[in-house]
Design a protein around this ligand. Structure first.
Ligand code: AMP
Length: 273
């Protein structure tokens, strides 16, 4: 980018569009830090498995353009699939161990597709930094790993999960939920809080923390749990006891819509009794 040569700081926010307040928070952070803010909108076919929701993924470019304008985005980059992957394109980034667990276990190849497009977009946009949401905690860990491993010269800036007033983590996929399931969906954030409450009471046994979260999910009809895990926030390795600050990660389905959420659990935090 010529702007880079002019000494301007470029901030980048890659998205798949159908933008909401979670994306806006990332764009606001980029605006605060950068001279030039680039937002990409690309529903990346390489990160969808056959039978996933590629064809019905929400596409709302005009609304997205308005949100980008409101957030002060300088460049909205919304390429077509042929532009990103021209005929003959034949290279993939292959994610390592971190991609085989949690989301990767139920979505094989997903993170290879994510890292391939992220590396490609970094090469095109040449940002000084890129903002990613903790909403996709494993994706964030994988992007950080790739940047370290491949010595990419982009700083990764994480942003906390942005939630609706009832606690549901904002997601473009929430639009798939029926009215009843939308009302049930805050069960995931309540489950995170149940695990956090246990930790704050001084419970360090991970099995008890996950049991508290599972209990909360079980209390809501229609929630089918995929996983409830407490993991090391950097390596995403399982923990037996809460001997460090950790991350609770949840995936569950509601009426066929798969939702993910996660939050911190802090070791050694106790309220006075
Ligand atoms: P997506 O359009 O779903 O691929 O997301 C694009 C970026 O926005 C990713 O870095 C996501 O982690 C981030 N993001 C999506 N939803 C939220 C949210 N509720 N809070 C914070 N970041 C989010």
């Amino acid at each position: 980018m010529a702007e880079r040569a002019r000494g301007r700081t470029i901030g980048f926010v890659p998205t798949m569009g159908a933008l909401h307040a979670g994306h806006a928070a990332l764009l606001d952070e980029a605006r605060r830090r950068a001279d030039l803010v680039v937002c990409s909108i690309f529903v990346n076919p390489k990160q969808f498995a056959p039978g996933e929701d590629l064809s019905r993924y929400p596409r709302r470019l005009e609304d997205d353009r308005a949100l980008c304008e409101a957030c002060g985005v300088d460049v909205l980059f919304a390429p077509g699939a042929d532009e990103v992957y021209p005929p003959g394109f034949d290279t993939q980034v292959r994610a390592g161990r971190l991609a085989s667990i949690l989301e990767g276990a139920s979505r094989p190849g997903h993170f290879d597709g994510v890292l391939t497009v992220v590396a490609l977009l970094f090469a095109v946009v040449q940002p000084h930094f890129a903002v990613f949401g903790e909403k996709d905690f494993q994706q964030l860990a994988l992007v950080k790993r790739m940047v370290r491993d491949l010595r990419l010269t982009v700083e990764i800036v994480p942003m906390p999960v942005i939630r609706d007033v009832d606690g549901l983590a904002l997601s473009s996929r929430n639009a798939y939920l029926s009215k009843d399931d939308r009302a049930r969906a805050p069960a995931l954030s309540r489950a995170l809080m149940a695990a956090q409450d246990e930790a704050q009471r001084g419970v360090t046994d991970i099995a008890r923390l996950t049991a508290a979260a599972r209990g909360m999910l079980a209390a809501t009809a229609g929630v089918v749990v995929d996983y409830v895990e407490v993991r090391d926030p950097r390596t995403l390795e399982p923990l037996a006891t809460l001997d460090r600050d950790a991350r609770v990660l949840i995936a569950a389905r509601l009426g066929g819509v798969r939702l993910i959420d996660n939050g911190p659990v802090f070791a050694g935090v106790r309220y006075p009794r």
